[in-house]
Design a binder for this molecule. Structure first.
Ligand code: PMP
Length: 420
C-alpha cells in the first residue's frame, strides 16, 4: 500500500511516524453520509440487537455481584478469567471434533482479549516490524489492516476467489521477490468473511494448511462469524489442522453482544507469553466483571440454545435479501456486465455484490442514498487496487419489509445511473 501523507503536526507536537499511518476509517466516513433519518441501511456491520440475551445478562449481572463482588470488581489476571478460558477451550475442542478433527486446546493457550479487535492489535505488536511483509486476502477486513498498519508493515494482497486465497498467488507472495524476505504471516477469514460473506472450501483449507506448513508461513485465523452458519457448519478451522503454525482469534460479539467487548486468542506456546506481555502493557486485562458475566451466561450450554436462534433469524434475513435481489435484478447471472450480480453467503452477516460494467459503487452511493438506501462500497476493503464495482450489503439489521424496500431503491438508483 502507498504511504499515507505525513500529518502536519500542530505546533509543538511531534507526532510519531506510526501516527501518520493512522487514518479515519474510510467506511466510517462513508457511513456519515448514510446516517440520515429514514435511510434503510445495508451499510452497517452491527449484529442485530434483537439477538442480545438481555434477561440472561440481567440475571448473570445480579448473580456475579451477589456471589463474589470483591473479585468481580477487583483487578484480575491478564490471561483472563479461568472458567471462561476453560469454556473457550472446550467449545473449540467440541467444534473441531464434530468436524472430525482432534484439537486439544489447552486453556493455558487461551488469552481473553478486549474484543477480537484487540487480538489483531496484539498480533501486530508481537509479530510485525517496520517493513515486515504481511499477507492478506483480497479483499479483507479493513479493521485488521487498520490494526496492522501502525506497525509499518508492507501489506501484500493475495489474489482470492470464491473458495479463498489462490494457492499459486500465495506461493508467489510468501517470499519477497527482491529481498527474499519471508512474510511474517497470512491473515485469513475462512468463515463468512467480512466483507464478502464467502467461506473457504474444505479442499482449499486442506491445501492452504499443507502449503503454509511447507512454506513455514504462520496463519492468523480470524473467526468471529463461524458459529453463524445457516444450513451446515463450515469446515474445521485451519488452526485445528496445525495448531503450532496458527493463531486463532474468536469473539463473543456476534454470539452474545459486542458491547461487552470480549474476544479471545488461542496461540501456540512459542508466541503466547509475548502476546500476554503485550496485553499487560495495553490494558492489564479485559474487564473481569464482563468476563464473569459471560461465563455465567454461557454455563450449562446456553450458546447451544441461543446461537440457533441467531442462525434462524439471519438466515431468514439473507433469504429475504436473495428474494428481493432476484426479483429486482432478474437478468443477473446471465448478464453480469449489464446487471447487478451477487453471491449466496452460507452464514454470517454480509452479501457481496458487483455492479454492471463501468459503474462505481462509490459514485453510486449518493444516488442510492437519495433513493433511501445505503451500502458500503467494496473498494476500501482491498489492501491494493480495489474492484470499484463491488459493494457489501449487510442483511441482519433491517426488517424483511425494509430489505425489500431497500433493494427496490438500489435497483432504481442503478437503473437511473445506467440511463444517465
Ligand atoms: N474481525 C472481523 C472480521 C470483524 O468483522 C470484526 C468486527 N466487525 C472483528 C474482528 C472485531 O470484532 P470484536 O472486536 O467485536 O470481537
Amino acid at each position: 500500500m502507498n504511504n499515507p501523507p505525513l500529518i502536519t503536526a500542530p505546533s509543538g507536537w511531534q507526532l510519531a511516524r506510526r501516527a501518520a499511518r493512522m487514518n479515519p476509517s474510510v467506511i466510517r466516513e462513508i457511513l456519515k453520509v448514510t446516517e440520515r433519518p429514514g435511510i434503510i441501511s445495508f451499510a452497517g456491520g452491527l449484529p442485530s440487537s434483537k439477538t442480545f440475551p438481555v434477561a440472561e445478562f440481567e440475571a448473570a449481572c445480579a448473580k456475579v455481584l451477589r456471589d463474589d463482588p470483591a473479585a468481580a470488581l477487583q483487578y484480575a489476571a491478564s490471561e483472563g478469567f479461568g472458567p471462561l478460558r476453560e469454556m473457550v477451550a472446550e467449545n473449540l475442542r467440541v467444534q473441531a471434533a464434530s468436524a472430525g478433527l482432534t484439537w486439544q486446546v489447552d486453556p493455558a493457550q487461551v488469552l481473553i482479549t478486549t474484543g477480537s479487535q484487540q487480538g489483531l492489535d496484539l498480533v501486530a505488536k508481537v509479530l510485525v516490524d517496520a517493513g515486515s511483509r504481511i499477507l492478506v486476502e483480497s479483499p479483507t477486513y479493513l479493521g485488521a489492516v487498520m490494526a496492522f498498519t501502525p506497525m509499518e508493515p508492507e501489506v501484500v494482497s493475495v489474489a482470492s476467489d470464491d473458495d479463498g486465497v489462490d494457492m499459486e498467488a500465495l506461493r508467489q507472495a510468501a517470499v519477497a521477490a527482491g529481498t527474499g524476505e519471508a512474510a511474517r504471516f497470512l491473515y485469513v477469514l475462512p468463515n463468512f468473511q467480512n466483507p464478502t460473506g464467502r467461506t473457504m472450501s474444505e479442499a482449499r483449507r486442506a491445501a492452504l494448511s499443507t502449503e503454509a506448513a511447507r512454506l513455514g508461513l504462520p496463519l492468523i485465523e480470524d473467526n468471529p462469524y463461524g458459529d453463524l452458519w445457516f444450513d451446515a457448519p463450515p469446515p474445521a478451522p485451519l488452526t485445528a489442522r496445525n495448531p503450532d503454525g496458527c493463531i486463532y482469534l474468536g469473539s463473543f460479539s456476534k454470539v452474545l453482544a459486542p458491547g461487552l467487548r470480549l474476544g479471545f486468542v488461542v496461540a501456540p506456546k512459542a508466541v503466547y507469553p509475548k502476546l500476554l506481555q503485550a496485553k499487560q502493557a495495553a490494558d492489564l486485562h479485559s474487564p473481569g466483571f464482563n468476563q464473569r458475566m459471560i461465563a455465567e451466561v454461557m454455563k450449562d450450554g446456553f450458546l447451544d440454545r441461543h446461537v440457533p436462534t441467531i442462525r434462524a433469524l439471519y438466515k431468514s434475513q439473507r433469504d429475504a435479501m436473495l428474494e428481493a435481489l432476484a426479483q429486482h435484478f432478474p437478468a443477473s447471472n446471465s448478464q453480469p456486465d449489464q446487471s447487478l450480480t451477487w453471491n449466496t453467503p452460507a452464514g454470517g452477516m454480509f452479501l457481496w455484490a458487483r455492479l454492471p460494467k463501468d459503474m462505481s459503487a462509490v459514485d453510486l452511493l449518493p444516488f442510492a442514498v437519495d433513493k433511501g438506501v445505503a451500502f458500503v462500497p467494496g473498494a476500501p476493503f482491498y489492501a491494493d487496487h480495489g474492484d470499484p464495482r463491488t459493494l457489501r450489503l449487510s442483511f441482519v439489521t433491517p426488517s424483511v419489509a425494509e430489505i425489500h424496500q431497500g433493494v427496490a431503491a438500489l435497483a432504481a438508483a442503478i437503473k437511473e445511473r445506467q440511463a444517465a
